[in-house]
Design a protein around this ligand. Structure first.
Ligand code: SF4
Ligand code: MG
Length: 334
């Protein structure tokens, strides 16, 4: 399989200044994340709000400047591209947001909105742009009359179709979708997801699909990565992650979706407390303050993301050779 994107030890820290002493503190929103995305696949990134998944997406396309690490797009170091030349890459990588119109001019007609990226990154003339926009509308299942209408005239599902058409305008290879269906009714969600899958096949797109909703991710993804407090704690094929999740956090997340989705019944795992602040993450395993399986070592050593079985990587001491068997540690568990 050919890699489209390689993310290596990516970090995005946001400085926060506190009080008049201006004591420097940082929010470690993305704290050393490494993974690859293969051409034509959909990689899902899941986690609770505040886990850093949106920041990860925005840092990959350099809507945020990375604090550290590497972003290789088709083997080229995208993180080193001067900001003035980012546009050359942006036509290859686009984003779809939860509400694509939140950042768009409500006074612009849909035709102009979709044509905007064409003006910037192609030399199509006006007539060619119009033809392309009509074609894009057709691809996303909207009538030609859409051209002359304004954003407020559309439902959430239609607006997401328009957002997708706009993202497709520059013939991108890679699309990062950040909670693209979270604001939509469940019936509309599956229509938009099916559309995304059809377009993926037609245009050989690669997706990074960010969502807090494990049912949605199960519908659309080939592989799944799980984030907690700015770190990737598990990544693997959808089949492996959903049938045999290894990380206790993944196990807890999956236990919260209805059992009808699964071959066997799962007990719901209740996590204690809220996720800690990313400005002050716990020492050791970032999950140890809530982990039902934590033992002595977890508060001290930070587990690395390591290969456990083919294609499935986990950051947890339970699977570490150096770790005393968790059975022998029963007294410390819980
Ligand atoms: Fe739980 Fe320890 Fe594994 Fe962290 S390393 S997930 S605290 S068992
Ligand atoms: Mg988010």
């Amino acid at each position: 399989e050919e890699k489209l994107l390689e993310v290596k030890d990516l970090k995005k820290y946001f400085p926060i200044k506190q009080g008049f002493l201006k004591q420097a503190e940082q929010i470690k929103a993305v704290d050393g994340i490494t993974f690859d995305i293969y051409k034509g696949e959909t990689l899902g990134i899941v986690g609770e709000s505040g886990s850093g998944k949106s920041t990860l997406g925005r840092t990959i396309v350099r809507l945020y400047e990375p604090t550290d690490g590497e972003i290789l797009f088709e083997g080229k170091n995208f993180e080193k591209v001067p900001s003035g030349q980012i546009g050359d890459f942006r036509k290859d990588m686009q984003m779809i947001f939860q509400d694509p119109f939140a950042s768009l001019n409500p006074r612009m007609r849909i035709g102009e909105i979709i044509a905007e990226p064409l003006k910037v990154s192609t030399n199509l003339n006006k007539a060619q742009r119009k033809e392309k926009v009509i074609n894009l509308l057709e691809k996303v299942g909207l009538p030609v009359e859409t051209l002359t209408k304004f954003p407020h005239e559309f439902s959430g599902g239609q607006r997401q179709r328009i957002g997708i058409a706009r993202a497709l305008a520059t013939n991108p290879k890679f699309i990062i979708a950040d909670e693209p269906v979270s604001a939509l009714d469940v019936s509309v969600q599956s229509q938009v997801l099916n559309l995304m899958q059809d377009l993926q096949e037609e245009f050989q797109l690669t997706y990074l699909f960010i969502s807090h909703d494990l049912s949605v991710v199960k519908h659309i993804c080939d592989r799944v990565g799980v984030m907690y407090l700015g770190k990737l704690v598990e990544i693997g094929s959808k089949a492996d992650i959903y049938s045999v999740p290894l990380h206790p956090y993944t196990q807890a997340l999956l236990s919260a979706i209805p059992v009808t989705n699964f071959d066997r019944k799962r007990e719901k795992i209740h996590l204690k407390g809220e996720p800690p602040s990313p400005s002050n993450p716990p020492a050791g395993c970032p999950f140890h303050t809530r982990c039902p399986k934590a033992f002595d070592r977890c508060a001290i050593d930070q587990p690395e993301l390591v290969l456990q079985k083919e294609g499935q990587y986990v950051a947890c001491h339970l699977y570490d050779e150096k770790t005393v068997s968790p059975k022998e540690n029963k007294d410390h568990a819980m």
